[in-house]
Ligand binder design. Structure first.
Ligand SMILES: Nc1ncnc2c1ncn2[C@@H]1O[C@H](COP(=O)(O)OP(=O)(O)O)[C@@H](O)[C@H]1O
Ligand SMILES: [Mg+2]
Length: 1108
């Protein structure tokens, strides 16, 4: 549903100044400030839009905003330039009314921006399509071109338009754009040659120098450095936020889109370059013979380059700077120019060159954007023109501008009133006389053909003779003195004679927007706008297509003695055309206001705004608008808006809207003089009434809102309550279920506990019973068992008793039977059986004995003394015999293992045993000593080599023995050798043989029966050896020596054996004497060995220690 809104909704201050109560300049400003502070930069005065420059980008120009304002009624939304553009566009398209949008305001107030917003809005909402888009693009792109050449940085605005611009946009019947026409007014050409401090020349100069390629600059003979050019002020050459180089590219691109040819662009740039070069031409004076100074070009280089650029003959131009030709009545008079005149001429040329170039550009753009068809089309004009200018020092330009604004005000009044009047007629309202100030009289003061100021000025300029600004002022003083809006000190009007605020050189005009003081100085000159003919002719001669076009008056074929029209005249004419043009159209006004001089956002300088409000005539505007009825509104929206104020019309009115409004007004008791009913609208005389309605509506809305709120809250609370209730039931149900569940669980578990206790008790009871039963059973069983046991044992006893008795009977019986039998058989048995039983028993015993012996045999070692015991005494003999046989057998077995040598050794041992066993006490100790024989190792030891070799036979025994000296019984060591044939005694040390006794000469050997080693070798009497006597010797190996000697001696002497005497007393034959050797038992003090002592000549006593 589309919501019907109104400008009156959410208003900050009042959106329409017409509704301001009370209306005063202060409340007007207050309202503007209030809205400005809230970013509401637009405010209406009826259908006029006041626009405050915000100096910052606001988010109110988005495509969404365009859509919002599209096709909406003017008062439906908050004030906006889009609302005005939409209104204009729609009445153009739908009502076939040509429109003009008049944008005024001082420099920097936002006029150009507003005009662009209007154009962009129209471009956005009008038809689309390839062709249409191209036209739109061309129209929009004409702006950058014109801005580059016509805008400049001033102290008020970095992009100030230095010309007035009016653009007609042409549409077809559908509202699609077809093309356009641009008109320009009064370019501020003086800027070309001189700029006020802090300002710049036109943008294009800076753009060209910063943005053109090196190549282009070279072609144009330019240098990138701004400081090289006299016409370019340096102090603000670079403007922050303005990228000249980028803008240059934009401009060239725009020119291309608009349809400029490449060579045209080149020509334009050449002209721009030429202007810069022109500024660098300087002059010097040269005295002439007639005493006058004549100017000469100082440095001809710049002149030359400029002439080359424009294809002008240098000499021609040079001359034009030195001479001036005045033609009068077919006569040519040539006068020289002094230096200042030359400079004047130079600057005039530069200004003309540039302004004509600008006009040419406008024409050229028009050629491109002009609508193609001749068909009738609708037109929307956009006028971006300077507003009233009231400076401290106002000159010709301000005069012209203010004149233009007077004319616009004139149109405004005319059109507004006319429209107002037409509306009244249309609506059938009685025309009430509106009182307002009509500025026609001021316009008349300026433009009257007979005595208007402009006419006076022209008259002065054309008048022969000396003409100065003073003469012009004098003239004004005489002609206009009577005029009520003209003030001058020198006029006859005595009123100002003593007004010191009015200098003598000035005049003052009371414009509709305030009084402005003009300084007369320069008026004549500026109006003349003189360019010496020589210069225009020189230009015409240029070999440059564009220059030629720009100076048509230089053509020789057009020699025209008439002066060119003055600036004032031209302007008046173009303003006249413009006014006629505007008068045919429906006007829409945008009044731009500048909030501060600092180009800063958020600052509202009241004095400045008050000044603007003043000279823009805004208060006038409001008054005119309020002259009749302040407010009007069609019946439908009016009824729609206020129907809630009356019960009859609320909520629906069924009848026609007008009747509804009538009922409403009656009901509200609005005084009848406060409003009138038109055909389709209601007209409200006073804003007060409207506000009364609005206030009532606001209250009513509040009540309605309260009602709606009440119902809504009730509904909300109820539905909330119902929801709560529903939820509560659900929650309660769930809770109850939960609680019951819990309770059930509790009961269940309690029951289980009780049950378990009961069951336990029952079980225990049962158990007790069962246990008792069991015990009873067990007791019974035990008793029964015991009883049975007793029974059984008693029975067993009886049985045993019976059995014993029975056995005793049978034993007694058997004994008696046996006795009886034995008694009967005794006599048979004794006769035979006794011997057989004996044999058998003996046999059996023997068998048992042999088998037992067999399994109990001792070991095979001959030294083993073990033998099993004899079991029966009667086996004694057999047992000893068996032992002996077994011993022999095992000795034999043992012997059979011996080698020959060992056998010999044992044979010797055996012999020793036969000889000495139980005869000599020494013997047992020798049994364990092996018979080694050669104790000296005679064959191996080199010491005995000689001895060995001197003995023929093999040595069987070699030992050291002691030879007992018969004199003292002491022994001396001798080597004792025994061979098969002899016994040899040798010196112990030298080995020399002392005695050698052949064995056959040996008679016998004597030894004692004791443990000593003494032995005597007795020789056969009469033998060779016997001469020296017997030998008494002692040796540790006595048994061995004697045994060996015994064996060998026997063999050698072929006798049975050698005699061996074993006796403790024997005789030994020493040479002649016989000495008795006696062996006695020695005391232990004599040591372990036996010792020999000579007792007397016939006795040697040997004491032998007692063996332990
Ligand atoms: N509606 C706007 N929104 C934002 N900035 C604006 C607006 N109108 C003007 N301006 C700012 O103010 C400057 C001057 O505006 P401009 O239209 O060139 O002034 P005028 O043409 O009146 O001399 C602009 O360059 C821009 O920065
Ligand atoms: Mg501008």
């Amino acid at each position: 549903m589309e919501v019907k809104t109104s400008l009156l909704d959410n208003m900050i201050g009042v959106g329409d100044m017409v509704l301001l109560e009370p209306l005063s300049e202060d409340s007007f400003l207050e309202n503007l400030k209030n809205r400005f502070d809230h970013n509401e930069i637009y405010t209406y005065i009826g259908s006029v839009v006041i626009s405050m420059n915000p100096y910052r980008s606001l988010p109110i120009y988005t495509p969404d905003k365009v859509e919002e304002y599209r096709n909406r009624n003017f008062y439906e939304l908050s004030p906006h330039v889009y609302a005005l553009a939409d209104e204009a566009y729609r009445s153009l398209r739908d009502q076939d009314k040509d429109q003009c949008i008049l944008i005024t305001g001082e420099s920097g107030a936002g006029k150009t921006e507003a005009s662009k917003l209007v154009m962009s809005y129209v471009a956005a909402v009008c038809g689309k399509g390839q062709e249409v888009n191209k036209v739109k693009e061309q129209l929009l792109q004409s702006n950058p071109v014109l801005e580059a050449f016509g805008n400049a940085k001033t102290v008020r605005n970095d992009n100030s338009s230095r010309f007035g611009k009016y653009m007609d946009i042409e549409f077809d019947f559908k509202g699609d754009p077809l093309g356009g026409v641009v008109s320009n007014y009064l370019l501020e050409k003086s800027r070309v040659v001189k700029q006020p401090r802090g300002e710049r020349n036109f943008h294009i100069f800076y753009q060209l120098l910063s943005g053109a390629s090196d190549d282009t600059l070279k072609k144009l003979k330019l240098d990138r450095d701004f400081s090289k050019y006299n016409y370019l002020s340096l102090d603000s050459a670079a403007v922050s936020g303005l990228d000249d180089a980028a803008n240059f590219r934009t401009v060239r691109n725009a020119m291309q889109i608009v349809g400029f040819m490449t060579d045209e662009v080149q020509s334009v740039l050449e002209l721009v370059a030429a202007v810069l070069k022109l500024g660098n031409i300087e002059f010097k004076p040269e005295s002439r013979c007639n005493g006058m100074d004549e100017s000469r070009v100082k440095d001809k280089n710049d002149l030359k380059e400029m002439c080359e650029l424009l294809g002008i003959e240098q000499a021609v131009l040079e001359r034009a700077f030195s001479y001036r030709t005045v033609e009068a009545k077919m006569e040519k008079v040539s006068t020289t120019l002094n230096v200042s005149q030359a400079y004047y001429a130079r600057d005039a040329l530069a200004k003309n060159l540039y302004s004509r170039l600008f006009s040419w550009l406008v024409t050229r753009i028009n050629e491109s954007i002009r609508a193609g068809t001749k068909a009738r089309h609708k037109v929307m004009g956009v006028l971006d023109i300077y507003g009233f200018e009231i400076f401290e020092d106002n000159s010709f330009e301000q005069f012209i501008i203010n004149y233009c604004n007077e004319k616009l005000q004139q149109i405004f009044i005319e059109l507004t009133l006319r429209e107002e009047q037409e509306e009244y007629v249309r609506e059938g309202i009685e025309w009430t006389n509106i009182e307002y100030f009509n500025n026609a009289v001021i316009c008349d003061l300026i433009e009257n053909n007979q005595n208007g100021i402009l006419a006076m000025l022209d008259e002065e300029c054309l008048r022969p003779g000396t003409v100065t600004d003073e003469t012009f002022l004098d003239k004004l003083n005489t002609v206009c003195a009577e005029h009520q809006h003209f003030e001058s000190r020198l006029s006859k009007n005595s009123k100002f004679l003593n007004d010191h605020s009015l200098p003598h050189t000035c005049f003052r005009i009371q414009h509709y927007a305030g009084k402005v003081l003009y300084r007369a100085e320069g008026f004549v000159d500026k109006n003349n706008d003189l360019l010496y003919r020589d210069l225009s002719q020189a230009m015409y001669k240029a070999n440059h297509s564009l220059i030629k076009q720009l100076f048509p008056e230089g053509s020789p074929s057009k020699v025209n003695l008439k002066r060119p029209p003055t600036a004032g005249f031209q302007f008046k004419a173009s303003v006249g055309t413009l006014m006629r043009n505007l008068q045919t159209k429906n006007p829409n006004y945008i009044r731009c206001v500048k909030p501060n001089d600092k180009k800063a956002a958020h600052i509202f300088t009241e004095s400045l705004v008050r000044h603007q409000v003043h000279y823009l005539g805004l208060m006038e505007n409001v008054r005119v608008r309020r002259a009749g009825y302040a407010f009007r509104q069609p019946y439908e929206p009016c009824l729609e808006r206020y129907k809630m104020l009356c019960k009859k019309t609320w909520p629906h009115w069924r009848g026609p809207a007008r009747e509804g409004v009538e009922v409403l007004m009656e009901d509200l008791q609005v005084p009848a003089e406060e409003f009138s009913y038109g055909r389709s609208k209601i007209f409200i005389r006073n804003p007060r009434t409207l506000f009364f309605l609005e206030e009532r509506r606001r209250q009513c809305l509040q009540d309605l809102a309260t009602l709606i709120q009440k119902i809504y809250r009730g509904w909300k609370c109820r539905s909330h309550f119902l929801l709560l209730k529903k939820s509560q039931i659900v929650v309660a149900a769930w809770y109850r279920r939960y609680a019951q569940q819990k309770k059930y669980q509790k009961i269940k578990s309690a029951t289980t506990v009780v049950q378990s206790y009961t069951r336990g008790w029952q079980a225990r009871k049962l158990l007790r019973e069962l246990k008792y039963q069991k015990r009873c059973e067990e007791a019974v069983t035990t008793i029964a068992a015991y009883w049975h046991g007793t029974q059984a044992r008693r029975e067993l006893r009886q049985l045993k008793e019976a059995a014993r008795n029975k056995h005793a009977v049978s034993v007694i019986w058997a004994g008696w039977q046996g006795t009886k039998v034995r008694r009967e058989y005794r006599k048979f048995f004794r006769a035979n059986a006794g011997k057989k039983i004996y044999d058998f028993t003996i046999q059996r015993i023997m068998q048992k004995y042999f088998l037992g012996l067999k399994s109990n045999m001792p070991s095979m070692s001959p030294t083993d003394k073990n033998w099993p015991d004899r079991p029966y005494l009667f086996l004694d003999g057999v047992h000893t015999e068996l032992r002996r046989i077994f011993h022999h057998w095992r000795c034999k077995k043992y012997r059979s293992q011996f080698t020959e040598e060992k056998k010999a050794v044992y044979e010797e041992k055996l012999e020793a045993s036969e000889l000495f066993k139980d005869k000599k006490a020494l013997y047992p100790s020798s049994v364990s000593q092996p018979f080694k024989g050669d104790y000296l190792e005679i064959s191996k030891n080199p010491k005995y080599q000689k001895l060995n070799s001197s003995v023929d036979e093999k040595v069987l025994l070699a030992d050291v023995v002691n030879k007992i000296n018969r004199a003292n019984g002491k022994g001396s060591a001798r080597l004792f050798l025994l061979t098969k044939k002899s016994v040899v005694l040798a010196d112990h040390k030298t080995g020399q043989i002392k005695a050698s006794v052949p064995l056959p000469e040996l008679a016998s050997v004597s030894v004692s029966s004791q443990t000593d080693g003494f032995f005597a070798l007795k020789l056969k009497e009469g033998s060779a050896s016997a001469v020296k006597g017997d030998f008494l010797l002692s040796s540790e190996h006595l048994i061995e020596i004697i045994t060996k000697l015994h064996r060998i001696g026997a063999k050698a002497a072929d006798r049975e054996q050698l005699n061996l005497d074993i006796s403790d007393e024997f005789l030994v034959q020493f040479k002649q004497d016989k000495v008795c050797v006696k062996f006695i038992q020695g005391s232990p003090k004599n040591g372990n060995s036996a010792s020999c002592k000579r007792k007397n000549n016939r006795l040697l006593e040997v004491s032998v220690p007692t063996s332990p």
